[in-house]
Design a protein around this ligand. Structure first.
Ligand code: CP
Length: 334
């Protein structure tokens, strides 16, 4: 897959190029799930389970990030990721600094993302959560700042905490993801969510099918370990879970691929299509949804849907990621 905005080559997981230095317990950043081991992912998910259980017992904030400042540096729009990271940081007693929107920051005056981050670090940021259209920017930032860097979605490269929360939700629902067959449907070519899910799910022993029209199927899908299908109706009966991706108008440019109506006709998750699926087939969507385009209302809001559970779980997963990155930085500085 060649994400727009920069070829990423062998994109690294936690620690970027330093992934070989260790996983979440030994390094300060999370830039992707590619290269993470099953053990590293499972440790994060287990920690998130602990946060969920603790929250359900008592919603009192934990002290783990007391005195730390988490800076949400978002130059692309976000509802779920931004607010889930904000909630996660507050539930760990961190101070939250939010620097959102390309046009309301000095980025609009030509300041670079690195200079912006260095200035925010000078104000006290201990962690940056970065959402950007530039694939690879969080990894480059992680190499230049002392603060922890967590990728909140970079172009068409990776969205590691989305992948983790999707896997968390599947594990919670099915008990285990090993052996599950998960279908991801839509514009795979431009999807950071598809990439992070593929890397994370494969590491944990799940099978992943990419289901898309030819224009949106990356050439290297099979080489990355995905099964490839152009036919949703043929693929559906085999799946334990199916995730519809948002059709991202903003990344398509002139390369629209199929028209929306054609796409919906062949790939929209409808009740009628899902009648061919296993009775227990679960439905996911990372959001935001184009209702009626990639998913029908009745499916999004229906009994198979785990969509709002994904969002809830995103807070606990992000608590685990923030806490582990900060702990790793502290351990490295000893
Ligand atoms: N899934 C996701 O990244 O949603 P937001 O763009 O609202 O953060």
């Amino acid at each position: 897959m060649s994400p727009k905005g920069g070829k990423r080559g062998n994109a690294a997981g936690i620690g970027g190029k330093g992934a070989s230095r260790g996983g979440p317990g030994t390094h300060k950043d999370l830039v992707g799930l590619e290269g993470l081991s099953s053990g590293e992912i499972t440790e994060l998910l287990d920690e998130a389970v602990g946060h969920k259980q603790s929250w359900e017992r008592s919603p009192d904030p934990l002290e783990e990030l007391s005195g730390k400042t988490v800076c949400l540096l978002f130059t692309e729009p976000s509802t779920r990721t931004l607010n889930a990271f904000s909630a996660a940081a507050r539930r760990l007693s961190a101070t939250v600094m939010s620097v959102s929107g390309k046009h309301s920051t000095s980025l609009a005056k030509g300041e670079t993302l690195l200079d912006t981050a260095l200035n925010l670090e000078a104000i006290g940021a201990d962690v940056f959560v970065v959402r950007t259209s530039a694939a690879g920017a969080p990894e480059r930032l992680a190499e230049r700042v002392r603060a922890c860097v967590v990728n909140g979605g970079d172009g068409a490269h990776e969205h590691p905490t989305q992948g983790l929360l999707d896997i968390f939700t599947l594990r919670e629902h099915f008990g285990d993801v090993s052996g599950l067959h998960v279908g991801i449907v839509g514009d795979i070519l431009h999807s950071r969510v598809a990439r992070s899910n593929l890397f994370g799910l494969k590491a944990l022993g799940a099978r992943v099918s990419f289901i898309a029209p030819p224009a949106w199927m990356p050439r290297e899908a099979e080489a990355l370990g995905a099964r490839v299908s152009l036919d949703l109706e043929e693929a559906l009966p085999e799946l334990d879970a199916v995730m519809a991706l948002r059709i991202q108008r903003e990344r398509l440019g002139d390369d629209m691929g199929p028209q929306w109506a054609d796409y919906s006709r062949d790939y929209c998750l409808t009740e009628e299509r899902l009648s061919r699926a296993k009775p227990g087939c679960a439905v996911l969507h990372p959001g935001p949804m184009n209702r009626g385009v990639e998913i029908a209302d009745s499916v999004a809001d229906g009994p198979r849907s785990l969509i709002l559970r994904q969002v809830t779980n995103g807070v606990f997963v992000r608590m685990a990621v923030l806490a582990r990155c900060v702990r790793a930085k502290l351990e490295a500085s000893r």
